[in-house]
Design a protein around this ligand. Structure first.
Ligand code: PHE
Length: 344
């Protein structure tokens, strides 16, 4: 029995030191030290021995038990350390790795310009037209005919129009001016509104032209409205939008729905009027179309031109944004490149 005990000590010690992980060590412990383990089996057989042998073998068994227990505990600590280290290495967090950056969304530069211009005109007593009165899918009738474009007038070609297959004469509006008609059909004078929105023209896309862009239409109709009022409002707008007291000039022009018509230029913001590439050497930049509402247009919507008069203006949002921030390619607004958009 003594030999048997020594054999257990030898085998168990070997198995303990060979254990490669805590799981294996746990099995060794079960095999030798548990209630049904090999050492206990021997202890159970002590009852058949003489008292003397019981004492000697019993205490030997206890010593071996203690020795093995110590060995297991030591080994357990050792294995625990190894496993912990492995875990620390495998689960190491590399704090130098770039983080999962969440970029915050921003208001698109065109929307920023629209908001800014709307605010300026609100300050000048204009309100924003309901969008239901300025649909992007429009009839040729509102977009052109009601605005005093004669049938087959070349001006229709001037704004190369997108026709749809929805119905004959249903188009994507080429200008926001149709909103003037819808507003006046809707509201008797005094009228004092602006209307921002998208317009479409069938053009080949370039750095200067996109076939989708934005305009802001303005309309004021009341008694005794003169060209002087138009000049006053637009000069004030340009002064606020471009800052400082940048000179403007009104150049005679032509639109079928205004008479007289003008194009409004501001002194070139790049060269200050000396002449450069941006202003094609003229020193001036065109920023607006405007004029007194044509008597025919007033008549078309049932307003008596003998009693009322008014002015209208239209401006390109992309152009105004490009001039203000020195942007040289209109396509940048539509590419949604975050490196561009982040600058606003
Ligand atoms: N609708 C014109 C354009 O697209 C601009 C304009 C609006 C001119 C209102 C006069 C009055 O060019």
């Amino acid at each position: 029995m003594k030999n048997k005990l020594e054999e257990i000590l030898k085998n168990a010690s070997e198995e303990i030191s060979k254990s490669a992980n805590i799981q294996e060590l746990e099995e060794v412990k079960l095999k030798y030290l548990s209630r049904k383990g090999e050492l206990n089996t021997i202890k159970k057989n002590l009852k058949d021995l003489s008292d003397e042998d019981k004492r000697v073998i019993g205490s030997l068994a206890n010593n071996i038990y203690n020795e093995l227990e110590t060995k297991i505990n030591t080994k357990n600590e050792e294995l625990y350390k190894i496993e912990l280290n492995k875990k620390l290495v495998s689960e190491k967090i590399d704090i130098s790795l770039p983080s999962d950056i969440r970029v915050q969304g921003k208001v698109h530069p065109l929307t920023q310009t629209i908001n800014e211009i709307v605010e300026i005109f609100q300050g000048l007593g204009f309100s924003v037209m309901k969008s239901e009165n300025s649909p992007e899918v429009e009839t040729e009738y509102i977009n052109f005919d009601m605005l005093n474009f004669p049938p087959n007038h070349p001006a229709k070609d001037m704004q190369d129009t997108f026709y749809t297959k929805v119905a004959p004469n249903v188009i994507l509006r080429s200008q926001t001016s149709g909103a003037q008609i819808r507003q006046m059909l809707h509201q008797a004078p005094p009228v004092r509104v602006i209307s921002p929105g998208r317009v479409y023209r069938c053009e080949s896309v370039s750095a200067r032209k996109n076939n989708l862009f934005h305009q802001i239409e303005g309309l004021l109709v009341d008694k005794d409205i003169t060209f002087g009022d138009l000049k006053g409002i637009l000069n004030e707008f340009v002064r606020i939008y471009f800052g400082s007291s940048r000179p403007t000039r009104f150049r005679a022009s032509y639109f079928p729905f205004t008479e007289p018509s003008a194009e409004v230029d501001v002194e070139c913001i790049m060269c200050g009027g000396k002449g450069c590439r941006t202003c094609s050497g003229t020193g001036w930049l065109e920023v607006l179309g405007a004029g007194m509402v044509h008597a025919n247009v007033l008549r078309n919507v049932g307003i008596d031109p003998e009693i009322y008069s008014g002015f209208a203006f239209g401006m390109g949002v992309e152009r105004l944004t490009m001039l203000k921030y020195a942007i040289n390619d209109i396509r940048l607004f539509f590419n949604n490149d975050i490196r561009f958009l982040n600058q606003f």
